[in-house]
Design a binder for this molecule. Structure first.
Ligand SMILES: C[S@@+](CC[C@H](N)C(=O)[O-])C[C@H]1O[C@@H](n2cnc3c(N)ncnc32)[C@H](O)[C@@H]1O
Length: 380
C-alpha cells in the first residue's frame, strides 16, 4: 500500500492536482494576475509536462469561479477571498506563519516544495478542539488536567491520554493517515518528517504515517522528566501506598519518517538537498537520544502555550533535519511558533500553519523573542 500511494502521487496527476497547482502558481506570483501561458508554464513546472492545456483551462474557466477570476482577456487572478487565505498572518525574517487548518493549507501548496517537517501535533483527536480549548481557558477541566503540585509549585495543565476510547484512537489514526498523504505530496523526495508523540498513542500515529506513504526511519528519544504517570491508585492512595498505576514517564518519542528517496542518497542529496541528517560536527553525527530539561519558565512566559517545547531540544532537531542546511522547514501545527523560532535561530527558512487565532497571536509575539534566546545545549 505504501509504495502504491507514493507512486501515484509522483507520477500521475491526482484529482484536483491541476487546480491546486493553478492556485499555487497564482498565489506565489509577485504579479497580481498572470496570462494563460504563464499559468501553463508554472503548472507544468509543478505537475509535469504531460498536463494537457485543456485541463489547465478547465480549472480556470469551469469549476473555480469562487477561487479564480478572469480579470481581462486571457488574464487570471485569485479572487479576493483566496488572496486573503494565502497571505501569511505574519512574517518575521525567514519565518512565515499562516492561520489555517493545515490540511486545507497543504492542499493548496505545490508538489515537492518542502524540505523537512518538524512538528508537535495534537496527540489526541480533540484536546485542541474549540470545546476543549474553551474548557482549558476557563479552567474547567475536560481533557486537560492539572498535575499535582510538586514542591509547592503549581504545574501547567496537561492533556489526559489515558481516557481515549477506541473510537478516539480510530479518529487519530484516520486523521494522521490523511495528514501523511497530504504532506507526502508537498515534500521533496528524502525530506525528513519528525513528529512528536507520546508513549500511549505513538503506535497508532506511527502506523497511520506508514499507511499514508511515509517511510519509517526510527525515533528520536527526548529524555525528559515529565509529570505523566507515577500516581497511586485513584481513591486508594493510603490503601496501596507502594503502588503507582503507570511508571513515571521520563522520555518522549519523536517519530522519524521521510518521503521515500528518488535514487541513491547521494543522488537525492544532489537533486533535492535532502536524504540524510546534518552532522553536529565532523566527528559527531546527529544522535537519536537527546537529553534536556523540561521547557524553562523563561520560555513559558514568552510563549504561553500548554504544549510548548524547549528551544534547546528543537534547535538540535531542526538543525539536523536539513542535511545541507538549505531548504524550507514546515511546522503544520505551529502552536506558539517554537519550531519556527528554532529554525530562525539556526539560520533556516521556515513556514508554520496554526488553526487557532489566539495561538497565532501568541506566536507573533513569541517567535522574535524565542529565536533570540541564548540556550545551552547538553553535550552528552
Ligand atoms: C501540541 S500543539 C503545538 C505546540 C507547539 N509545539 C509549541 O511549542 O507551541 C498543537 C497545535 O496544533 C494546532 N492545531 C490542531 N489541529 C490543527 C490543524 N488541523 N491545523 C493547524 N493547526 C492545528 C493547535 O491549535 C495547537 O496549537
Amino acid at each position: 500500500m505504501t509504495s502504491m500511494i507514493g507512486r501515484a502521487h509522483d507520477s500521475r496527476v491526482r484529482p484536483g492536482q491541476v487546480r491546486d497547482a493553478v492556485i499555487a502558481v497564482l498565489a506565489q506570483s509577485r504579479q497580481s494576475n498572470l496570462s494563460l501561458k504563464e499559468i501553463e508554464y508554472g503548472v507544468r513546472a509543478i505537475v509535469g509536462n504531460t498536463v494537457a492545456s485543456s485541463s489547465i483551462r478547465s480549472s480556470l474557466n469551469l469549476h473555480e469561479r469562487d477561487l479564480i477570476t478572469r480579470v481581462g482577456r486571457g488574464q487570471y487572478a485569485l479572487t479576493a477571498r483566496m488572496r486573503s487565505v494565502d497571505q501569511p498572518a505574519f512574517e518575521y525574517k525567514d519565518v512565515q506563519l499562516f492561520q489555517d487548518d493545515c490540511l486545507a493549507w497543504l492542499a493548496r501548496q505545490p508538489t515537492n516544495s518542502v524540505h523537512a517537517v518538524v512538528t508537535d501535533p495534537p496527540y489526541g483527536a480533540s484536546e485542541y478542539s474549540a470545546k476543549e480549548q474553551a474548557k482549558l481557558r476557563n479552567g474547567t477541566g475536560g481533557l486537560w488536567r492539572i498535575p499535582p503540585t510538586l514542591d509547592g509549585v503549581r504545574r501547567s495543565p496537561v492533556p489526559r491520554f489515558t481516557t481515549l476510547t477506541d473510537s478516539d484512537l480510530h479518529s487519530i489514526q484516520e486523521f494522521f493517515m490523511e495528514w501523511s498523504r497530504a504532506i507526502l505530496r508537498v515534500l521533496v523526495p528524502g525530506a525528513n518528517v519528525v513528529v512528536a508523540a507520546n508513549p500511549l498513542v505513538s503506535h497508532v500515529v506511527s502506523m497511520a504515517l506508514s499507511d499514508g506513504g511515509l517511510e519509517r526511519r526510527g525515533e528520536i528519544i527526548r529524555l525528559v522528566q515529565t509529570l505523566r504517570g507515577g500516581d497511586r491508585p485513584k481513591g486508594a492512595h493510603e490503601e496501596f501506598p507502594d503502588v503507582s498505576v503507570m511508571p513515571r514517564s521520563q522520555w518522549e518519542p519523536w517519530l522519524l519518517y521521510r518521503k521515500p528517496l528518488s535514487g541513491s542518497v547521494a543522488e537525492n542529496l544532489r537533486t533535492w538537498g535532502t536524504g540524510g541528517f546534518r552532522r553536529i560536527s565532523a566527528e559527531r553525527p546527529f544522535g537519536d537520544v537527546i537529553k534536556g530539561p523540561p521547557t524553562r519558565s523563561r520560555e513559558r512566559s514568552i510563549a504561553p502555550h500548554p504544549s510548548l517545547k524547549p528551544q534547546a531540544f528543537l534547535r538540535q532537531v531542526v538543525h539536523a533535519a536539513l542535511p545541507l542546511g538549505t531548504g524550507v522547514v514546515l511546522d503544520p501545527f505551529a502552536g506558539s511558533g517554537s519550531t519556527l523560532a528554532a529554525a530562525q535561530a539556526v539560520g533556516y527558512r521556515s513556514i508554520g500553519v496554526e488553526r487557532d487565532p489566539d495561538y497565532v497571536g501568541v506566536a507573533r509575539e513569541a517567535i522574535p523573542a524565542l529565536s533570540k534566546l541564548r540556550v545551552t545545549v547538553s553535550e552528552d
